[in-house]
Design a binder for this molecule. Structure first.
Ligand SMILES: [Zn+2]
Length: 463
């Protein structure tokens, strides 16, 4: 059931009884595009008039906001780039000329500060008023939790931290707004402790990264907990791309049918919350809040289905302007076909981080492609490492994997050879060195799995 006649308003109902759906999710494409065009023009005028960072960039590139008539003109706008934000914040701390209103004015209304997660370099600093935080991030989060099937009365276990990283705060506040109970299982709890709490509280949903959802399964054994018996209805994952094989493994281990919801966001555009619907056929973008485009290397717009970099404009970001025409560094594709759920919004698929990709002997290698192969082989464990050799005259790739814990040693060699054959097939015949290490050797990551290693680390072959 859905409401299509809800009027567009910036102020959602907050009594916990609202249906968290907005008319643009079901509007004809042309109507969505024209709504986005007017909001994009407004954003361009806003950042140009108010943020010194953007005024300078527009002037350097000879662009004015009046040049933007449609969303197809967006590639002409200057880009938001993480490195430039960092340099600007170093030079003009704390916000680098990226605020569209005086800082004092925002603080006078009560501010919300957050930072990027800082997995790659110095974190960026962000600020907005609490009013904007509720109007945009909390509103968007209610909508994506609703789309993932959470309803008033449910309990969600959340493994995100409540720190300067904003993602967890938005989920807590959204859950409270829509009468969902939160089980806060963020750091610094151990995996074993979290498993125990899941067993005791039996929430309807679990939110974490794909790799951590599987890590919890591994740890549940020691706590004598059967993940399938915890009674989860759904698992909501984000923070890493989600290969099909990982999705299936999470679904099977937690016994949630097909209810693994992939969800996407990043800090610069105030989390840019977006998520799959129950058909799991691409991630729906909340297009009244975010313009999400895919661009080719040369800066032109990619066609439907074509791989490129995701470039996003937060259309309702009024205080800080880091979400303006922002190059996300994520590689993906989109479709504008109407979804089986009835929504007409753009759906995206994220394939990899641009900086996760290595080009080895002319072949683009994504860790996710290797993960699919590894997880597909039941005689292997879930962990793997990639070693990129650049010290030789020719680039090389070594893949380390672990045999399944109960696998007989005599099977190690045939399993290694099978993995080698499958990887070569996946990379169009490129030869890949493969080795197995003893089960448990590749253990030792939390949340975001680090896959790539340079040169030869010390490892002991199990063969
Ligand atoms: Zn859908």
């Amino acid at each position: 059931m859905r409401e299509t006649d809800q009027s567009a308003t910036d102020e959602p109902e907050t009594d916990g009884t609202a249906r968290w759906e907005w008319w643009p999710d079901y509007a004809p494409r042309e109507r969505i595009r024209s709504l986005q065009a007017s909001k994009l023009t407004r954003q361009a005028s806003r950042v140009y008039a108010n943020a010194p960072f953007w005024r300078r960039k527009f002037e350097q590139e000879g662009v004015t906001p009046e040049m933007i008539a449609s969303v197809d003109d967006a590639p002409d706008l200057p880009y938001g780039l993480k490195d430039e934000y960092r340099a600007a914040q170093r030079e003009h701390p704390p916000y680098g000329g990226l605020l569209c209103r005086p800082r004092e004015e925002i603080h006078a209304e009560g501010g919300f500060v957050w930072e990027s997660s800082g997995t790659t370099g110095t974190p960026l600093r962000f600020l907005c008023s609490q009013r904007e935080y509720y109007r945009t991030d909390v509103n968007a989060t209610c909508r994506i939790l609703w789309m993932a099937g959470l309803r008033p009365g449910d309990t969600v276990a959340m493994c995100w931290p409540l720190t300067l990283w904003a993602v967890g705060h938005g989920i807590i506040d959204a859950a409270r707004t829509m009468n969902v109970t939160v089980l806060p299982l963020g750091p610094s709890y151990s995996s074993e402790f979290r498993v125990k709490k899941l067993d005791q509280y039996r929430p309807a949903a679990l939110m974490t990264t794909p790799s951590y959802a599987l890590r919890l399964v591994e740890k549940s054994d020691a706590e004598d907990v059967d993940p399938a018996a915890v009674g989860l209805d759904r698992v909501i994952v984000s923070g890493e791309p989600l290969p099909e094989s990982t999705r299936e493994e999470i679904a099977a281990a937690w016994d949630v049918g097909d209810a693994v919801y992939n969800y996407y966001g990043f800090s610069e555009a105030f989390n840019c919350r977006s998520i799959e619907c129950e058909h799991h056929d691409g991630i729906h973008v909340l297009e009244d809040l975010y313009l999400c485009q895919v661009e080719r290397e040369d800066g032109t717009l990619a066609d439907e289905g074509e791989l490129g970099e995701l470039v996003v404009t937060a259309l309702e970001q009024r205080d800080i302007s880091t979400g303006f025409h922002f190059r996300t560094g994520d590689v993906g594709r989109y479709t504008d076909e109407a979804c089986a759920c009835g929504r007409t919004t753009r759906r995206i698929e994220i394939v990899s981080r641009k900086d996760d990709m290595r080009t080895i002997r002319g072949v683009n290698v994504f860790p996710q492609a290797i993960e699919s192969v590894v997880l597909d082989m039941t005689r292997l464990g879930n962990e793997f490492r990639l070693i990129h050799h650049t010290d030789r005259s020719l680039d090389g790739l070594t893949v380390l994997a672990e045999p399944a814990p109960d696998l007989d040693r005599t099977a190690y060699e045939p399993v290694r050879d099978e993995l080698s054959r499958r990887l070569e097939a996946a990379f169009g015949g490129m030869s890949v060195d493969v080795d197995l290490v003893a089960p448990g050797q590749l253990d030792g990551f939390d949340f975001k799995a680090a896959r790539w290693h340079e040169e030869d680390p010390d490892y002991d072959s199990a063969i």
